[in-house]
Design a binder for this molecule. Structure first.
Ligand SMILES: C[S@@+](CC[C@H](N)C(=O)[O-])C[C@H]1O[C@@H](n2cnc3c(N)ncnc32)[C@H](O)[C@@H]1O
Length: 213
């Protein structure tokens, strides 16, 4: 195929199907992958009360928030990538997720209120400066030198945004030394469990749930 036709195809957004939902993708936004689907599986199996207030950090296409929105009271979805915020809003409308809204925010920066559940499929890849990809999609992977640049800030900030008895559910990897999160959250008094695992060829993905007593 001619080069210009190939790049035209790459620029086009696509629609993928997840369960009954149709999710539009965009070349500037992280496309749902193994990590997304592992997190979705875990959330699907979790007993979630239909009155809960949920915050998703790093919503990407909005696929996780769309799926969760039908099980809970309300969802605030945020992302530091403005393309992800616009795309999530589109996907909320497309799927009639009327209780979900998207906000442009660097972690908790523009988030107000307290939440019963905070969900985050984190950017956990160790990445040096010369491995950076151009554009805001780089934030989807960039975990800094040790993969923990964003995760550590998230863990430091989350307690202030959790309602009494609330919990966080987040995904990271053996590449970001997830045991450090388990130990740190334990030291803050959270009850910590690994609620999902998937081995891939070069890493193990884990989903961690940590609840405030
Ligand atoms: C691995 S992707 C996950 C996207 C989507 N939730 C999914 O599961 O397909 C990580 C997302 O976190 C966002 N992100 C990275 N750093 C962030 C930050 N400091 N604040 C908010 N979002 C951030 C990225 O832009 C990206 O959309």
């Amino acid at each position: 195929m001619q080069k210009d036709i190939i790049s035209w195809f790459r620029m086009m957004s696509m629609i993928l199907k997840y369960k009954d939902f149709l999710i539009e993708t965009d070349e500037n936004v992280y496309e749902p992958s193994d990590d997304t689907y592992l997190l979705l599986d875990v959330l699907e199996k979790m007993k979630i009360d239909n009155s809960l207030r949920v915050l998703e950090i790093g919503c990407g296409t909005g696929i996780v928030s769309v799926a969760v929105s039908f099980k809970v009271g309300s969802v605030v979805a945020c992302d530091v990538n403005p393309y992800a915020v616009d795309l999530s809003e589109k996907n909320f409308k497309r799927n009639k997720a009327r209780n979900a809204e998207a906000v442009n925010s660097d972690l908790f920066g523009n988030v107000k209120g307290k939440f019963d559940v905070i969900v985050f499929n984190t950017p956990y890849l160790p990445q040096s400066d010369d491995e950076k990809v151009s554009g805001p999609i780089d934030k989807a992977w960039d975990g800094g030198d040790d993969g923990r640049k964003v995760i550590d800030k998230f863990l430091l900030g989350c307690k202030a945004f959790l309602a009494d008895g609330g919990y966080i559910v987040f995904l990271e990897s053996s590449l970001s030394s997830y045991e450090k999160s388990v130990d740190y959250l334990g030291s803050l008094g959270f009850k910590v469990e690994i609620v999902g695992r998937k081995k891939l060829s070069f890493e193990e993905l884990v989903v961690i749930r940590a609840r405030l007593p």
